[in-house]
Design a protein. Sequence first.
Length: 278
Amino acid sequence: MTAAALATACAVIFGTADFFGGLATRRSKVLAVVALSQLGGLLLVAALLPILPGHASTAALAWGMASGVAGAFGIVLFYRGLATGMMSVIAPTTATTAMAVPVVFGLLSGDRPSVLALVGVALGLLAVLLVSREPNGGASGPKAGPIIAALASGAGFGGFFVLLKLAPADSGTWPLLGARIASITLVVLLALVTRRSLRPAPGTLRVTVAAGLLDMIANVLYLFAAQRGMLTLVAVLVSLYPASTLLLARHVLGERLSPVQITGVGFALGAIALIAAA
């Protein structure tokens, strides 16, 4: 598969994982959801190691653990934002920052996309901004807290994408093993320090595990996409994940979409087409 196809599939699965994670955090504690979902992802990547090609090395695990710290920071804040704000606002706001960090890093590191691809990047940014609009036409949400958490979360996710890209190209999924070990350790330590329970609320186990498994599948797809293509383009495609979160929130939770948000989804599809054709 091409980098564009892998990144697009990653975005769809990321958005679905975030939807399930958001549902879980509305009924259970954030740290409990993060710890359990991350544990599910750890078990999955451990099972994939003998199947998928890759070379274990200190560098692979080190870059993976660094990305895991950034990712844990991002996902704790992200799930907290989903628990207290509208999914259709929090997810796109997070994605805006998550896209900006690796795009800037990629351009500064020497990525030189074609003109057609750059048009796709611009269209992707516009798509994220449009789907971030509230159904009533306002920008962002009325509560500052969830929006600030979403922006900080996006910075964490952006760091996660960059640090994974820096792992050796032949490392396969080994960096993800390091990432999950680091993130679970960090979350458990945070729970111990704050004296928070990691026991999930009744009825949330399945949806939490599903979020973790889907998140790891998306991480694997991202890693392979980043190893095959420019970070600048891959990051834009992956950051279109709010489109699937938004559509699921619309059909499952009944969150209303404005014409502007629907236009944003259309622009997201256009960005995917342009970058894939470049």
